[in-house]
Design a protein around this ligand. Structure first.
Ligand SMILES: CC(C)(COP(=O)(O)OP(=O)(O)OC[C@H]1O[C@@H](n2cnc3c(N)ncnc32)[C@H](O)[C@@H]1OP(=O)(O)O)[C@@H](O)C(=O)NCCC(=O)NCCS
Length: 188
């Protein structure tokens, strides 16, 4: 699904939101490792990015051509600052309405409005793809992300107190959130 949007950040810098391309594979891999080092709130550890560059190139190319999935990158001064995307959860009749949303921004770019813009962009893409529900799971201590999601209309529908088990043995509770995309249609 095609997406392109220039935006201005809270600090006045210009930022381009656009689809991740196959040619972004090297920097997308580096971005993945960096963002996963900078927070303990993501699903995987930095060393768990096992995808090689060729496979990542293929995946980014397929995602750009997909009618359902999308990966949108934010570029500031030509540098990859963050990325977010939607993935169809399961391709079967009873679940084709559900997509999962994921986002991470490099720490040096937090608080500038990139998370807001990428979330808005992904919601728009999910609607355009015909999804009726966007879903996510977030660590309950991740206040910034929970605030971001609530701001965009996501609501909590459950918790999993043993959602993540860290390598040091700590549990991380997950908050399950969802956004109904056909809300306005149903109110009419
Ligand atoms: C969570 C994250 C995506 C927010 O992105 P961001 O670009 O810093 O967010 P923005 O500057 O666009 O802020 C958007 C909203 O998020 C919330 N938010 C962002 N930073 C916050 C903070 N430090 N404290 C509280 N709320 C915060 C606010 O609701 C904010 O809206 P506001 O500016 O109107 O108050 C970013 O911090 C991040 O990548 N964190 C690490 C990875 C991660 O946790 N991903 C989510 C996994 S579920």
């Amino acid at each position: 699904m095609f997406f392109y949007q220039p935006i201005v950040l809270k600090n006045g810098q210009k930022c381009i939101l656009r689809n991740a391309e196959a040619s972004d594979a090297v920097r997308h891999h580096a971005y993945f490792v960096q963002t996963h080092k900078e927070t303990d709130f993501l699903l995987t550890y930095p060393d768990e990015c096992t995808m090689d560059i060729i496979s990542l190139e293929r995946q980014l190319k397929e995602t750009k051509c997909s009618g359902t999935d999308v990966e949108i990158c934010a570029f500031v001064d030509g540098k990859l600052a963050g990325s977010a995307g939607n993935n169809l959860i399961r391709d079967c009749a009873k679940m084709r309405h559900r997509a999962e949303f994921g986002i991470s921004i490099k720490k040096e770019y937090w608080g500038l409005g990139i998370g807001d813009a990428l979330t808005k962009a992904c919601i728009e893409c999910a609607k355009n793809a015909g999804f009726l529900q966007l879903e996510l799971e977030v660590v309950s201590e991740n206040e910034s992300a929970i605030n971001l999601y609530k701001k965009h209309g996501f609501v909590e529908y459950g918790r999993n107190s043993r959602g993540f088990r860290c390598r040091d043995g700590r549990w991380q509770e997950l908050v399950l959130m969802r956004l109904e995309l056909d809300e306005n249609d149903r109110k009419i």
